[in-house]
Ligand binder design. Structure first.
Ligand code: DON
Length: 353
């Protein structure tokens, strides 16, 4: 009896993942919602006490963020949020911002603009590697990089168009606001701290200018990039941004089309190959989902047509990815069967019954 009930429950979980909660009949919806909330609650309980990793400190303000901060949010097609922990506390968005600036450029200039100017290949190196720039330029002989590592991201920011720096900034933050469904703002202490300590990014901006990836104003591009990284977001904002990508580029609560549906797969493809930097392969191996991390401690993951997922927890591993966020999302993906590479064996036509 218990086995039957468990199997029935497992079928509901698979059904939730396959068709999303909102399209189920009411009774099944309630049970499906319970399953999503259970997965979130279980992941929170399991990793709340985990003390591995350490806050980023190469940006001094990040070292002072509470390392115990831990929030998980999953948002489905109907915009309903399933959450646990500190979901309203803001951290700086950091590299997760790169996804949305890339989305802006793809939307305005088409997917080939990013492919031809920056490239869409994983570097397999650290997010701020200068060797990766040299390798892409000298060895590969062209734009074999991507907009999710710092050199590609500063270049992508330089591609956002506008007559003045303020106009470009409004276009950038306006895009993030559409994804999040609310007005975001810069965490000034983080912006100041990062501006005072970003000499390496300034050098990267100059190098990208020298190699022709950035056409003009490399200093302005690096400053706007630093500002975009300092935008404050909480776990719910991040999950909403992920959910907007999960549902055809339209915010599931406000209904605002942040980017067109046909451009979403390009954004997700780069997230899948480069979203967790040199650990992107490991991440994909375990979850199968496009994702993006930031040194502020956030990670977003996108289950297309199903859920936007976000976790915030500042302590990072050596690759710069939040440890609790990676573990919690991987558990939720397993519990809800969200790995798109998972399938059931077919009933082979020739097989005997
Ligand atoms: O440019 C930097 O180094 C930071 N503003 C962003 C780096 C980052 O978030 C890498 N992500 N895991």
């Amino acid at each position: 009896m218990k086995g039957l009930a468990l199997r029935a429950r497992a079928r509901v979980v698979v059904a939730v993942a396959a068709i999303g909660v909102a399209t189920l009949p009411i009774g099944a919806q309630n049970s499906a919602q319970t399953d999503v909330q259970s997965a979130v609650t279980a992941a929170f309980a399991k990793y709340q006490g985990l003390k591995e990793g350490k806050n980023a400190d190469y940006i001094p303000a990040l070292a002072h963020v509470d390392p115990n901060l831990f929030g998980i949010v999953v948002i489905g097609r109907d915009g309903k949020a399933y959450s646990a922990g500190d979901v309203g506390k803001e951290v700086s968005i950091q590299s997760i911002s790169k996804v949305f600036t890339m989305a802006r450029v793809i939307q305005d200039q088409g997917p080939e603009a990013i492919e031809k100017t920056i490239g869409v290949d994983a570097t397999g190196m650290k997010f701020n590697s200068i060797v990766a720039v040299e390798q892409a330029y000298k060895l590969a002989g062209g734009p074999e990089m991507n907009p999710l590592v710092n050199p590609g991201a500063i270049s992508a920011t330089s591609m956002v168009q506008g007559p003045t720096a303020d106009a470009i900034w409004n276009r950038i933050i306006g895009t993030y606001n559409d994804f999040a469904g609310r007005s975001l703002s810069v965490l000034q202490d983080v912006y100041k701290s990062e501006s005072e300590s970003n000499q390496r990014n300034q050098a990267i901006g100059m190098l990208m200018h020298a190699y022709g990836y950035i056409k003009q104003n490399p200093g302005q591009a690096t400053d706007l990039y630093t500002r975009q990284c300092s935008i404050g977001v909480n776990a719910k904002d991040l999950a909403m941004m992920a959910a907007t990508l999960a549902f055809g580029g339209r915010n599931p609560v406000t209904g605002k089309q942040a980017i067109s549906a046909e451009n979403v797969p390009y954004v997700l493809a780069v997230m899948a190959t480069a979203g967790l930097y040199d650990d992107s392969g490991k991440w994909l191996y375990h979850t199968g989902l496009p994702a993006k991390s930031g040194v502020g401690g956030g990670i977003i993951a996108v289950a297309p047509g199903k859920f936007g997922i976000a976790v915030v927890s500042p302590p990072l591993d050596d690759a710069g990815n939040s440890i609790r966020a990676q573990k919690a999302i991987a558990d939720i993906v397993k519990a809800l069967n969200l790995n798109p590479y998972a399938s059931k064996p077919s009933r082979a036509l020739g097989a005997s019954q």
